[in-house]
Design a protein around this ligand. Structure first.
Ligand code: PLP
Length: 418
């Protein structure tokens, strides 16, 4: 069975058919362990790709989780990538993703990153300002190339989400605002060093319904149609990602394949069915298929609070500290029930706090943090001299690959050399 579930008899935590209590056997040094269900990831990607149909592709937002095992699995079912740095671009290429299925986003690409994108001949550099378009034009001209660009517009759509993950409103640093669209078009069609191939938008993350996504997509379509009449026939429109997932907070967003199906319907309804459609989901492809297993170090009980202290901290999983995100934290070997405890990590910051969770009268030996497949490991750091966690990749109920923690000694040596 894909994803997280509990063994029907023992109630022990299971991910993709693999009993999570066994993760410790695959670890070479200490620390918390991420486990990922590759089959679950593949199944969701297939569903999204199926809903998009012909003339479309998924550009997986690999910032969500850039593990090679995940990229290769997604590439094997036909996914491309949305990259936000030169390193991500090179990684995507080496993981087997073809250049025609790669788009590059990001508000401040360096000259070296632009040059790399040009030399790899990727599908499009997503331009986020007129200033950047001029820089791409100059780099392409100097290299004697024609750069494929897509204009990432800011559709001025607000979403009901955390301020740090809302990107499509006028005050956000992302995308090109409406006033600048004519100048961008002029430069893009006038220059023989640029080839305008698409229009894109991304309104933000954790969308709970279709409203903002479709409003933004309609604006993208409106512009694509208007530009076609200015001798700028495009190859594609890109509606971005942002599909929410169920973090167990009571809000259950629609599944990602429904976002994809609605996107395709909208494109057809707008009379643009001949254009290729790109979508950029990240979280929804990987988030539910990752679990972080941590040992309980100790409890601490005072007259004010009862804490359970685990060996995973904000350096391993920063979403609660960064966005106030809530993740279910449950005993590894039994269902969550009984007394609630304040779960905290060992990092010397008061924001190293994962919230209150029902762990029982006595704290368990180990816990599982659920739905951490996206923006978990990729945001991890070595703060407080804590080495990056181990990652295990599961398929058909067994471990098929791993990335071991570099361990404390590697960190000590590097800092000594600094
Ligand atoms: N596309 C762009 C341009 C993004 O900035 C992001 C996330 O920040 C995504 C896609 C993916 O968003 P999500 O992981 O919420 O699907």
């Amino acid at each position: 069975m894909n994803g997280f579930h509990r063994h029907p008899e023992t109630q022990a935590a299971v991910l993709g058919g693999f009993p999570l209590s066994e993760v410790f056997r695959y670890q070479e040094s200490g620390g918390p362990i991420y486990a990922y269900d590759l089959d679950g990831i593949e199944a969701v990607a297939r569903a999204v790709i199926g809903a998009l149909g012909e003339r479309a592709f998924v550009a997986y937002a690999m910032k969500a989780n850039s593990a090679g095992s995940i990229l290769r699995r997604l590439a094997s079912v036909g996914a491309g990538a949305d990259v936000v740095s030169g390193a991500e671009l090179t990684l995507a290429r080496r993981a087997g993703i073809g250049p025609r299925k790669i788009v590059m986003s990001g508000v401040a690409k360096s000259d070296a990153e632009i040059d790399l994108a040009l030399s790899e001949d990727i599908r499009a550099i997503q331009v986020e300002s007129i200033e950047e378009l001029s820089r791409i034009e100059a780099r392409a001209r100097a290299a004697g190339k024609r750069g494929n660009v897509s204009v990432r517009i800011n559709p001025n759509v607000s979403i009901d989400s955390h301020a740090h993950i809302a990107t499509g409103h006028d005050a956000a640093k992302f995308g090109i605002v409406r006033d600048a669209w004519p100048a961008v078009l002029e430069l893009a069609v006038r220059s023989s060093s640029l080839c305008l191939v698409g229009v894109s938008a991304h309104v933000g993350s954790m969308l709970r319904n279709f409203d903002a996504y479709l409003a933004s997509a309609a604006t993208v379509c409106e512009l694509a149609r208007a530009w076609a009449s200015h001798a700028a026939p495009l190859e594609f429109v890109d509606f971005g990602g942002g599909y929410g997932i169920d973090y167990g907070t009571g809000e259950v967003p629609p599944p990602p394949h429904e976002f994809a199906a609605r996107a395709k319907d909208l494109l057809r309804a707008q009379g643009l069915g001949s254009l290729e459609l790109i979508v950029e989901p990240g979280r929804s492809l990987v988030g539910p298929f990752g679990a972080l297993v941590a040992r309980v170090i100790q409890s601490k009980v005072t007259h004010a609070r009862r804490w359970v202290m685990i060996n995973a901290g904000m350096n391993d999983m920063i979403r609660p500290a960064l966005y106030g995100a809530q993740h279910r934290i449950e005993p590894l070997e039994r269902s969550p029930e009984g007394q609630s405890w304040q779960v905290v990590g060992p990092v010397c910051e008061s924001s190293d706090d994962f919230g209150r969770h029902d762990l029982g009268a006595e704290p368990p030996e180990a816990v599982v943090v659920r739905d951490v497949g996206a923006y978990g490991f990729t945001l991890a750091s070595e703060y407080n001299g804590r080495p990056l966690p181990t990652e295990l990749f599961l398929s058909a109920g067994r471990v098929v690959s791993s990335s071991q923690s570099p361990g404390a000694e590697a960190w000590i040596e590097r800092r000594l050399r600094a």
